[in-house]
Write a protein that binds this ligand. Structure first.
Ligand SMILES: Nc1ncnc2c1ncn2[C@@H]1O[C@H](COP(=O)(O)OP(=O)(O)OP(=O)(O)O)[C@@H](O)[C@H]1O
Length: 300
C-alpha cells in the first residue's frame, strides 16, 4: 500500500508545549482522510510539518515516500489553511493568475476552474466583496488547479452557514473523485467528516488515540430502518440481517446498493412500507467516548 502522508515518531515542541508527541500515523493514498481532535490537539502542526512550514523537533514526515519539506514533495501538495486571504484589490481571476505564476504552473485552465467551483459569474469581482463561502470555493480552486497529489484542507468550512457547508462538502467529494488526489482534512464538524471522509484519525494532546474507517470508529455500520407492516413478515424475509427496532420498525443490516432490491422484494411479498430511511453511523458519540476513554491523562 502506498501512503500519501506518513508520520513516524513525530514530535514538535514549542517551549514547554508538546504540539505533537511521538505521533505515528500512516494516511493511505487516495480518498478523503479526516483528522479530528479537540482544539490544540496538534492537527495544524501536523499539516504545517507536512507542508514544510515547520520543522519537527524529532521524528520524520514523508509525503508519498519523500521527506516533507523537500522540493520534490512540496510540488505534490496543495493546501488551504482556514479561510484563504487574497489581496483585496484582486479579482478571483487575477488571484488565480497570480497563484499560477507563483507556482510556475503552466497551461492552467483558469476559467474552467472558476466554473468548477461555481465562481464564473463573479470571476471579475474583487475578492474583498466575496462571502466566506465564495472565498473558500476560490481557495479550493487554488489548491486543486495545480493538480496536487495531496490536498490538505484545514477546517475548510469554518465560519460558514449550513447551506455553504453543504456546498463545500459536495465540492470536496466531487474533487476527490474527479482529481484522484488524496485529500486530508481537519474539521470540528463531525457530521461533515462522517459524510465526506473514508477514514479518520483522532488526535489528542499531540498523540494518536484512534484511527480507522468512519464505520469502524462509530462502532456500527449504517442500517436501513424500515417502518413496515407486518413487521413479523419483514423479520422473517430478512432473517439474520434484520432486528426489530420498536413495535413497527426493522433495522436491516444491508449494503446501500441492496436497498432497492430489498424494497421491491418486500413489496412483492405484500409488505406495506411506510418509511425507509438510512440510520447513519454515529460518529459524534463515538468521538466523545473515544476522547473520554483514551485521551492521555497528563494535562499540559
Ligand atoms: N507557533 C507556535 N508557538 C507556540 N505554540 C504553538 C505554536 N503553534 C501551535 N502551538 C501550540 O501547539 C498546540 C497544538 O496546536 P495546533 O494548532 O497544532 O492544534 P490544532 O489541533 O490544530 O487546534 P485547533 O483545532 O484549535 O486548530 C497548541 O497548544 C498550540 O497552542
Amino acid at each position: 500500500m502506498s501512503f500519501a502522508l506518513e508520520a513516524e515518531g513525530l514530535t514538535k515542541t514549542y517551549g514547554a508545549v508538546r504540539a505533537l508527541d511521538d505521533l505515528t500515523l500512516k494516511i493511505p493514498a487516495g480518498g478523503v482522510f479526516g483528522v479530528l481532535g479537540p482544539n490544540g490537539a496538534g492537527k495544524s502542526t501536523l499539516f504545517r510539518i507536512a507542508m514544510g512550514l515547520v520543522r519537527p523537533t524529532s521524528g520524520v514526515a514523508r509525503l508519498s515516500g519523500s521527506p516533507a519539506g523537500h522540493a520534490s514533495s512540496l510540488r505534490q501538495v496543495g493546501a488551504m489553511i482556514e479561510t484563504p486571504r487574497y489581496p483585496p484589490y484582486l479579482t478571483a481571476r487575477d488571484a488565480l493568475k497570480m497563484l499560477a505564476l507563483q507556482s510556475g504552473a503552466r497551461d492552467v485552465d483558469i476559467d474552467g476552474w472558476l466554473d468548477r467551483v461555481g465562481l464564473s459569474g463573479a470571476a471579475d469581482r474583487k475578492t474583498s466583496t466575496y462571502s466566506v463561502g465564495m472565498k473558500q470555493r476560490l481557495g479550493l480552486a487554488a489548491v486543486f488547479f495545480t493538480r496536487p497529489t495531496l490536498a490538505i484542507l484545514d477546517e475548510p468550512t469554518s465560519g460558514m452557514d449550513p447551506a455553504g457547508i453543504q456546498e463545500i462538502r459536495e465540492l470536496i467529494r466531487r474533487l476527490a473523485a474527479e482529481e484522484g488526489a488524496t485529500i486530508i482534512l481537519a474539521s470540528h464538524q463531525l457530521d461533515e467528516v462522517r459524510r465526506v471522509c473514508d477514514r479518520v484519525a483522532i488526535l489528542a494532546k499531540g498523540r494518536l488515540v484512534a484511527e480507522g474507517s468512519v464505520e469502524t470508529l462509530a462502532g456500527r455500520k449504517p442500517a436501513l430502518r424500515l417502518v413496515a407492516s407486518p413487521v413479523a413478515q419483514v423479520l422473517e424475509i430478512l432473517g439474520e440481517q434484520a432486528a426489530a427496532d420498536g413495535p413497527d420498525a426493522v433495522l436491516a443490516q444491508i449494503e446501500r446498493h441492496e436497498a432497492p432490491a430489498l424494497i421491491r422484494a418486500l413489496v412483492g411479498a405484500g409488505v406495506d412500507i411506510h418509511e425507509a430511511r438510512w440510520r447513519e453511523a454515529d460518529l459524534e458519540s463515538a468521538y466523545l467516548d473515544i476522547l473520554q476513554a483514551k485521551e492521555p491523562a497528563d494535562a499540559r
